[in-house]
Design a protein around this ligand. Structure first.
Ligand code: PLP
Length: 402
Protein backbone atom coordinates (compact mmCIF):
# COMPACT_ATOMS: atom_id res chain seq x y z
CA UNK A 1 0.00 0.00 0.00
CA UNK A 2 1.49 3.27 -1.00
CA UNK A 3 1.81 5.93 1.63
CA UNK A 4 -0.49 8.91 1.46
CA UNK A 5 1.53 11.82 0.18
CA UNK A 6 0.72 15.27 1.47
CA UNK A 7 1.74 18.20 -0.66
CA UNK A 8 4.26 20.42 1.04
CA UNK A 9 2.70 23.32 2.97
CA UNK A 10 4.05 25.82 0.48
CA UNK A 11 2.20 24.09 -2.35
CA UNK A 12 -0.94 23.45 -0.33
CA UNK A 13 -1.50 27.07 0.71
CA UNK A 14 -2.07 29.62 -1.99
CA UNK A 15 -0.48 32.93 -1.14
CA UNK A 16 -2.95 34.95 0.91
CA UNK A 17 -3.10 38.55 1.95
CA UNK A 18 -1.62 39.15 5.38
CA UNK A 19 -4.48 41.54 6.04
CA UNK A 20 -7.94 40.19 6.80
CA UNK A 21 -10.61 40.43 4.11
CA UNK A 22 -12.79 42.52 6.41
CA UNK A 23 -10.13 45.13 6.97
CA UNK A 24 -9.13 45.04 3.31
CA UNK A 25 -12.75 45.72 2.37
CA UNK A 26 -12.98 49.05 4.17
CA UNK A 27 -11.35 52.17 2.75
CA UNK A 28 -9.04 54.26 4.93
CA UNK A 29 -10.88 57.27 6.33
CA UNK A 30 -11.39 59.96 3.69
CA UNK A 31 -10.81 62.52 6.40
CA UNK A 32 -7.45 61.10 7.36
CA UNK A 33 -6.18 61.07 3.77
CA UNK A 34 -7.08 64.71 3.58
CA UNK A 35 -5.31 65.64 6.77
CA UNK A 36 -2.14 63.90 5.66
CA UNK A 37 -2.16 66.23 2.65
CA UNK A 38 -2.99 69.27 4.77
CA UNK A 39 -0.06 68.64 7.10
CA UNK A 40 2.33 69.29 4.19
CA UNK A 41 1.07 72.84 3.49
CA UNK A 42 1.75 76.05 5.47
CA UNK A 43 -0.78 78.77 6.27
CA UNK A 44 -3.88 76.59 5.97
CA UNK A 45 -7.12 77.57 7.69
CA UNK A 46 -8.70 74.34 8.74
CA UNK A 47 -12.46 73.91 8.74
CA UNK A 48 -11.69 70.24 8.54
CA UNK A 49 -11.18 68.47 11.79
CA UNK A 50 -14.30 68.00 13.94
CA UNK A 51 -12.80 69.15 17.18
CA UNK A 52 -13.41 72.10 19.51
CA UNK A 53 -10.72 74.78 19.30
CA UNK A 54 -11.21 75.43 23.03
CA UNK A 55 -8.82 73.97 25.56
CA UNK A 56 -10.53 71.85 28.23
CA UNK A 57 -11.77 74.25 30.95
CA UNK A 58 -9.17 74.77 33.67
CA UNK A 59 -11.13 73.33 36.59
CA UNK A 60 -11.46 70.07 34.67
CA UNK A 61 -7.76 69.91 33.84
CA UNK A 62 -6.89 70.80 37.40
CA UNK A 63 -8.98 67.98 38.85
CA UNK A 64 -7.08 65.48 36.70
CA UNK A 65 -3.72 66.99 37.64
CA UNK A 66 -4.67 66.78 41.30
CA UNK A 67 -5.72 63.16 40.98
CA UNK A 68 -2.36 62.30 39.46
CA UNK A 69 -0.57 64.23 42.24
CA UNK A 70 -2.45 62.13 44.77
CA UNK A 71 -1.21 59.00 43.02
CA UNK A 72 -4.50 57.91 41.51
CA UNK A 73 -2.81 56.15 38.65
CA UNK A 74 -4.18 52.59 38.84
CA UNK A 75 -6.81 50.81 36.73
CA UNK A 76 -10.39 51.59 37.64
CA UNK A 77 -13.25 49.08 37.62
CA UNK A 78 -13.97 47.80 34.11
CA UNK A 79 -17.26 49.68 34.27
CA UNK A 80 -15.41 52.89 35.13
CA UNK A 81 -15.15 54.92 38.33
CA UNK A 82 -18.31 54.48 40.35
CA UNK A 83 -18.33 58.19 41.29
CA UNK A 84 -18.36 59.06 37.59
CA UNK A 85 -21.14 56.59 36.85
CA UNK A 86 -23.22 58.00 39.68
CA UNK A 87 -22.71 61.55 38.35
CA UNK A 88 -23.56 60.36 34.86
CA UNK A 89 -26.78 58.66 36.01
CA UNK A 90 -27.79 61.90 37.76
CA UNK A 91 -26.86 63.94 34.67
CA UNK A 92 -28.98 61.80 32.30
CA UNK A 93 -31.91 61.81 34.73
CA UNK A 94 -31.68 65.60 35.14
CA UNK A 95 -31.37 66.41 31.44
CA UNK A 96 -33.60 63.78 29.88
CA UNK A 97 -35.59 62.16 32.69
CA UNK A 98 -34.13 58.76 31.84
CA UNK A 99 -33.00 56.61 34.78
CA UNK A 100 -29.96 54.33 34.54
CA UNK A 101 -28.58 52.10 37.26
CA UNK A 102 -24.95 53.24 37.64
CA UNK A 103 -23.90 49.73 38.72
CA UNK A 104 -25.28 47.71 35.81
CA UNK A 105 -26.40 49.99 32.99
CA UNK A 106 -23.48 52.36 32.41
CA UNK A 107 -19.95 51.76 31.18
CA UNK A 108 -17.24 54.40 30.78
CA UNK A 109 -15.35 53.94 27.51
CA UNK A 110 -12.40 55.38 25.61
CA UNK A 111 -14.58 57.93 23.85
CA UNK A 112 -17.74 57.27 21.89
CA UNK A 113 -15.41 55.64 19.37
CA UNK A 114 -14.92 52.65 21.63
CA UNK A 115 -18.53 52.68 22.85
CA UNK A 116 -19.69 52.45 19.24
CA UNK A 117 -17.40 49.54 18.48
CA UNK A 118 -18.36 47.47 21.51
CA UNK A 119 -22.07 48.25 21.04
CA UNK A 120 -21.96 46.94 17.49
CA UNK A 121 -19.79 43.94 18.29
CA UNK A 122 -22.02 43.00 21.21
CA UNK A 123 -25.13 42.65 19.05
CA UNK A 124 -24.05 41.81 15.50
CA UNK A 125 -23.82 38.28 14.12
CA UNK A 126 -22.24 37.73 10.69
CA UNK A 127 -24.67 38.90 8.03
CA UNK A 128 -26.85 40.96 10.37
CA UNK A 129 -27.99 44.19 8.78
CA UNK A 130 -27.69 47.59 10.43
CA UNK A 131 -29.68 50.48 9.00
CA UNK A 132 -27.74 53.75 8.93
CA UNK A 133 -28.72 57.19 7.54
CA UNK A 134 -26.55 58.51 4.70
CA UNK A 135 -24.60 60.82 4.95
CA UNK A 136 -23.31 59.89 8.35
CA UNK A 137 -20.31 59.85 10.68
CA UNK A 138 -17.36 58.06 9.09
CA UNK A 139 -16.92 55.32 11.72
CA UNK A 140 -20.37 53.76 11.68
CA UNK A 141 -20.04 51.74 8.47
CA UNK A 142 -16.51 50.43 9.09
CA UNK A 143 -17.41 49.37 12.65
CA UNK A 144 -20.37 47.39 11.32
CA UNK A 145 -18.26 45.76 8.59
CA UNK A 146 -15.47 44.88 11.02
CA UNK A 147 -18.06 43.17 13.23
CA UNK A 148 -19.18 41.05 10.24
CA UNK A 149 -22.39 43.01 9.73
CA UNK A 150 -23.86 44.59 6.64
CA UNK A 151 -24.56 48.31 6.28
CA UNK A 152 -27.93 49.29 4.85
CA UNK A 153 -27.87 53.01 4.07
CA UNK A 154 -30.99 55.16 4.14
CA UNK A 155 -30.63 58.34 2.07
CA UNK A 156 -31.46 61.63 3.75
CA UNK A 157 -32.25 64.81 1.85
CA UNK A 158 -31.80 68.52 2.37
CA UNK A 159 -35.48 68.96 1.42
CA UNK A 160 -36.29 67.07 4.61
CA UNK A 161 -33.65 68.92 6.67
CA UNK A 162 -31.43 65.82 6.48
CA UNK A 163 -33.70 63.99 8.91
CA UNK A 164 -34.01 60.26 8.41
CA UNK A 165 -37.55 59.15 7.64
CA UNK A 166 -39.11 56.32 9.66
CA UNK A 167 -40.93 55.22 6.53
CA UNK A 168 -37.68 54.92 4.55
CA UNK A 169 -36.16 52.95 7.41
CA UNK A 170 -39.12 50.58 7.53
CA UNK A 171 -38.86 49.89 3.79
CA UNK A 172 -35.37 48.48 4.35
CA UNK A 173 -36.23 46.12 7.20
CA UNK A 174 -36.12 42.36 6.60
CA UNK A 175 -35.47 39.30 8.75
CA UNK A 176 -31.73 40.01 8.84
CA UNK A 177 -32.15 43.54 10.23
CA UNK A 178 -30.75 43.82 13.74
CA UNK A 179 -30.53 47.48 14.54
CA UNK A 180 -30.94 51.07 13.49
CA UNK A 181 -27.92 53.29 14.10
CA UNK A 182 -28.63 57.00 14.26
CA UNK A 183 -26.56 60.02 15.24
CA UNK A 184 -28.41 63.30 15.95
CA UNK A 185 -27.36 66.10 16.18
CA UNK A 186 -25.73 64.91 13.03
CA UNK A 187 -22.19 64.88 11.78
CA UNK A 188 -21.78 66.01 8.96
CA UNK A 189 -25.09 67.81 8.24
CA UNK A 190 -25.88 69.58 11.53
CA UNK A 191 -29.41 68.10 11.39
CA UNK A 192 -31.41 67.57 14.56
CA UNK A 193 -34.37 65.22 14.94
CA UNK A 194 -37.29 66.56 16.97
CA UNK A 195 -39.14 64.40 19.49
CA UNK A 196 -41.99 63.84 17.01
CA UNK A 197 -39.60 62.70 14.26
CA UNK A 198 -37.87 60.28 16.59
CA UNK A 199 -41.18 58.84 17.73
CA UNK A 200 -41.70 57.51 14.21
CA UNK A 201 -38.40 55.63 14.44
CA UNK A 202 -39.33 54.39 17.92
CA UNK A 203 -42.58 52.92 16.54
CA UNK A 204 -40.70 51.16 13.75
CA UNK A 205 -38.12 49.78 16.20
CA UNK A 206 -40.85 48.47 18.50
CA UNK A 207 -42.91 47.00 15.65
CA UNK A 208 -39.92 45.06 14.26
CA UNK A 209 -38.23 44.35 17.60
CA UNK A 210 -35.00 46.17 16.70
CA UNK A 211 -32.21 47.64 18.78
CA UNK A 212 -31.51 51.35 18.30
CA UNK A 213 -27.96 52.57 18.74
CA UNK A 214 -28.21 56.31 19.31
CA UNK A 215 -24.97 58.27 19.15
CA UNK A 216 -25.74 61.48 21.03
CA UNK A 217 -22.23 62.84 21.37
CA UNK A 218 -23.43 66.30 20.25
CA UNK A 219 -26.45 66.34 22.59
CA UNK A 220 -25.42 69.57 24.30
CA UNK A 221 -24.54 71.40 21.08
CA UNK A 222 -27.97 72.44 19.81
CA UNK A 223 -29.05 75.94 18.76
CA UNK A 224 -32.52 77.44 19.05
CA UNK A 225 -33.90 73.95 19.54
CA UNK A 226 -33.90 71.08 22.04
CA UNK A 227 -32.21 67.74 22.04
CA UNK A 228 -34.35 64.64 22.56
CA UNK A 229 -32.62 61.64 24.07
CA UNK A 230 -33.85 58.59 22.16
CA UNK A 231 -33.91 56.43 25.30
CA UNK A 232 -36.34 58.89 26.91
CA UNK A 233 -39.10 58.04 24.43
CA UNK A 234 -41.79 55.73 25.81
CA UNK A 235 -40.69 52.08 25.72
CA UNK A 236 -37.31 52.88 24.16
CA UNK A 237 -34.91 52.60 27.10
CA UNK A 238 -35.27 48.79 26.89
CA UNK A 239 -34.08 48.68 23.28
CA UNK A 240 -31.65 51.60 23.08
CA UNK A 241 -27.89 51.65 23.36
CA UNK A 242 -27.24 55.29 24.14
CA UNK A 243 -23.75 56.58 23.37
CA UNK A 244 -22.46 59.85 24.71
CA UNK A 245 -19.25 61.57 25.59
CA UNK A 246 -17.17 64.42 26.79
CA UNK A 247 -15.06 65.20 23.70
CA UNK A 248 -17.35 67.77 22.13
CA UNK A 249 -19.44 69.33 24.92
CA UNK A 250 -16.53 69.81 27.32
CA UNK A 251 -13.73 70.22 24.75
CA UNK A 252 -12.11 67.00 25.92
CA UNK A 253 -11.21 65.16 22.70
CA UNK A 254 -7.74 64.14 23.82
CA UNK A 255 -8.83 62.68 27.16
CA UNK A 256 -10.61 59.78 25.49
CA UNK A 257 -13.65 59.45 27.70
CA UNK A 258 -17.17 58.52 26.66
CA UNK A 259 -19.90 56.21 27.82
CA UNK A 260 -22.59 53.77 26.84
CA UNK A 261 -25.90 53.36 28.62
CA UNK A 262 -27.95 50.26 27.89
CA UNK A 263 -30.16 47.60 29.45
CA UNK A 264 -28.07 45.44 31.81
CA UNK A 265 -28.06 42.37 29.53
CA UNK A 266 -26.66 44.31 26.57
CA UNK A 267 -24.29 46.31 28.74
CA UNK A 268 -22.91 43.08 30.23
CA UNK A 269 -22.12 41.82 26.72
CA UNK A 270 -20.44 45.12 25.82
CA UNK A 271 -18.45 44.99 29.03
CA UNK A 272 -17.07 41.57 28.07
CA UNK A 273 -15.44 43.10 24.99
CA UNK A 274 -14.40 46.25 26.84
CA UNK A 275 -12.68 44.33 29.62
CA UNK A 276 -10.64 42.22 27.22
CA UNK A 277 -9.57 44.96 24.85
CA UNK A 278 -9.38 48.00 27.07
CA UNK A 279 -9.80 47.15 30.76
CA UNK A 280 -10.88 50.69 31.54
CA UNK A 281 -10.78 54.23 30.20
CA UNK A 282 -7.86 56.33 31.43
CA UNK A 283 -8.13 56.99 35.16
CA UNK A 284 -7.18 60.66 35.03
CA UNK A 285 -9.57 61.13 32.11
CA UNK A 286 -12.36 59.66 34.21
CA UNK A 287 -11.46 62.00 37.07
CA UNK A 288 -11.64 64.92 34.66
CA UNK A 289 -15.00 63.72 33.32
CA UNK A 290 -16.38 63.50 36.87
CA UNK A 291 -15.43 67.14 37.44
CA UNK A 292 -16.94 68.08 34.07
CA UNK A 293 -20.31 66.64 35.10
CA UNK A 294 -20.16 68.16 38.58
CA UNK A 295 -19.09 71.69 37.70
CA UNK A 296 -18.85 72.04 33.92
CA UNK A 297 -22.29 73.38 33.04
CA UNK A 298 -21.23 77.02 32.86
CA UNK A 299 -18.38 76.15 30.50
CA UNK A 300 -20.73 74.17 28.27
CA UNK A 301 -23.13 77.11 28.07
CA UNK A 302 -20.30 79.52 27.28
CA UNK A 303 -18.97 77.33 24.46
CA UNK A 304 -22.47 76.75 23.05
CA UNK A 305 -23.07 80.52 22.91
CA UNK A 306 -19.81 80.96 21.05
CA UNK A 307 -20.54 78.10 18.60
CA UNK A 308 -23.95 79.57 17.96
CA UNK A 309 -22.46 82.90 16.88
CA UNK A 310 -19.94 81.16 14.67
CA UNK A 311 -22.71 79.01 13.20
CA UNK A 312 -24.66 82.08 12.14
CA UNK A 313 -21.60 83.72 10.55
CA UNK A 314 -20.61 80.52 8.76
CA UNK A 315 -24.10 79.78 7.47
CA UNK A 316 -24.76 83.38 6.32
CA UNK A 317 -21.28 83.57 4.79
CA UNK A 318 -21.74 80.39 2.75
CA UNK A 319 -25.08 81.60 1.42
CA UNK A 320 -23.56 84.99 0.52
CA UNK A 321 -20.79 83.23 -1.38
CA UNK A 322 -23.49 81.60 -3.50
CA UNK A 323 -23.48 78.10 -1.98
CA UNK A 324 -26.85 76.80 -0.85
CA UNK A 325 -26.61 75.51 2.68
CA UNK A 326 -29.02 73.90 5.13
CA UNK A 327 -29.06 75.86 8.38
CA UNK A 328 -27.36 73.58 10.89
CA UNK A 329 -29.29 73.12 14.14
CA UNK A 330 -26.73 71.17 16.10
CA UNK A 331 -23.11 69.90 16.36
CA UNK A 332 -20.57 72.29 14.79
CA UNK A 333 -20.72 71.62 11.07
CA UNK A 334 -22.17 73.32 8.00
CA UNK A 335 -22.73 71.14 4.93
CA UNK A 336 -23.00 73.41 1.88
CA UNK A 337 -23.91 72.17 -1.58
CA UNK A 338 -21.04 72.98 -3.95
CA UNK A 339 -22.53 71.77 -7.25
CA UNK A 340 -22.73 75.33 -8.70
CA UNK A 341 -18.96 75.22 -9.06
CA UNK A 342 -19.15 72.25 -11.44
CA UNK A 343 -16.64 70.43 -9.24
CA UNK A 344 -17.11 67.14 -7.43
CA UNK A 345 -16.82 67.33 -3.67
CA UNK A 346 -13.36 65.72 -3.78
CA UNK A 347 -12.16 68.18 -6.46
CA UNK A 348 -13.64 71.11 -4.57
CA UNK A 349 -11.91 70.17 -1.32
CA UNK A 350 -8.60 69.40 -2.96
CA UNK A 351 -8.49 72.54 -5.14
CA UNK A 352 -9.70 74.79 -2.33
CA UNK A 353 -6.85 73.50 -0.23
CA UNK A 354 -4.22 73.90 -2.95
CA UNK A 355 -5.46 77.22 -4.38
CA UNK A 356 -6.73 79.07 -1.29
CA UNK A 357 -5.35 77.07 1.63
CA UNK A 358 -8.69 76.33 3.23
CA UNK A 359 -9.34 72.78 4.39
CA UNK A 360 -12.85 71.35 4.26
CA UNK A 361 -13.85 67.69 4.10
CA UNK A 362 -15.38 66.23 0.90
CA UNK A 363 -18.96 65.15 1.55
CA UNK A 364 -18.29 61.75 0.01
CA UNK A 365 -16.23 60.87 3.10
CA UNK A 366 -19.62 60.53 4.84
CA UNK A 367 -21.40 58.37 2.29
CA UNK A 368 -22.83 58.50 -1.21
CA UNK A 369 -25.41 61.14 -0.31
CA UNK A 370 -22.57 63.43 0.74
CA UNK A 371 -21.59 63.87 -2.87
CA UNK A 372 -21.98 67.46 -4.10
CA UNK A 373 -21.31 68.76 -0.59
CA UNK A 374 -18.38 69.58 1.67
CA UNK A 375 -18.28 69.70 5.45
CA UNK A 376 -17.11 72.93 7.06
CA UNK A 377 -16.44 72.73 10.79
CA UNK A 378 -17.05 76.04 12.58
CA UNK A 379 -15.35 75.03 15.83
CA UNK A 380 -12.62 77.51 15.04
CA UNK A 381 -12.14 81.21 15.81
CA UNK A 382 -14.36 83.86 14.27
CA UNK A 383 -11.22 85.35 12.70
CA UNK A 384 -10.48 82.05 10.96
CA UNK A 385 -14.07 81.66 9.83
CA UNK A 386 -14.14 85.16 8.33
CA UNK A 387 -10.83 84.70 6.55
CA UNK A 388 -11.85 81.24 5.29
CA UNK A 389 -15.05 82.75 3.87
CA UNK A 390 -13.09 85.46 2.02
CA UNK A 391 -10.86 82.80 0.48
CA UNK A 392 -13.79 80.54 -0.35
CA UNK A 393 -15.61 83.41 -2.06
CA UNK A 394 -12.59 84.04 -4.28
CA UNK A 395 -12.47 80.34 -5.09
CA UNK A 396 -16.17 79.91 -5.82
CA UNK A 397 -16.27 83.09 -7.96
CA UNK A 398 -13.46 81.71 -10.09
CA UNK A 399 -15.24 78.41 -10.77
CA UNK A 400 -18.76 79.75 -11.16
CA UNK A 401 -17.58 82.26 -13.80
CA UNK A 402 -15.83 79.57 -15.88
N1 PLP B 1 -19.59 60.13 17.05
C1 PLP B 1 -19.63 61.21 16.26
C2 PLP B 1 -20.89 61.54 15.53
C3 PLP B 1 -18.49 62.00 16.10
O1 PLP B 1 -18.54 63.08 15.30
C4 PLP B 1 -17.30 61.64 16.78
C5 PLP B 1 -16.07 62.44 16.59
O2 PLP B 1 -15.92 63.23 15.70
C6 PLP B 1 -17.31 60.51 17.59
C7 PLP B 1 -18.48 59.78 17.71
C8 PLP B 1 -16.09 60.05 18.35
O3 PLP B 1 -15.97 60.77 19.53
P1 PLP B 1 -15.00 60.42 20.72
O4 PLP B 1 -13.97 61.49 20.77
O5 PLP B 1 -15.86 60.43 21.95
O6 PLP B 1 -14.44 59.07 20.47
Amino acid sequence: MSAIRFPSRAVQRPRRSVISDRVNSIPASGIRRFFDLLATIDGVISLGVGEPDFVTPWHIRESAIYSVERGQTMYTSNYGLIELRIELAKHLARLYGVEYDPRTELVITAGVSEALDIAIRAIVNPGDEIIIPDPTYVSYGPCVVMAGGVVVPVPTFVENDFKVSAEEIEKRINNRTKAILIGYPNNPTGAVMAREDLKGIADVAARHDLIVISDEIYDRLVYDTEHTCFASLPGMKERTILLGGFSKSYAMTGWRVGYAAAPAEILEAMLKIHQYVLMCASTSGQKAATEALRNGEESVQRMVREYNQRRRVMHRGLIDIGLSCFEPKGAFYAFPNIEVTGLSSDEFAERLLMEEKVAVVPGTAFGQRGSGHVRCCYATSMKNINEALVRMKRFVDRYVRR
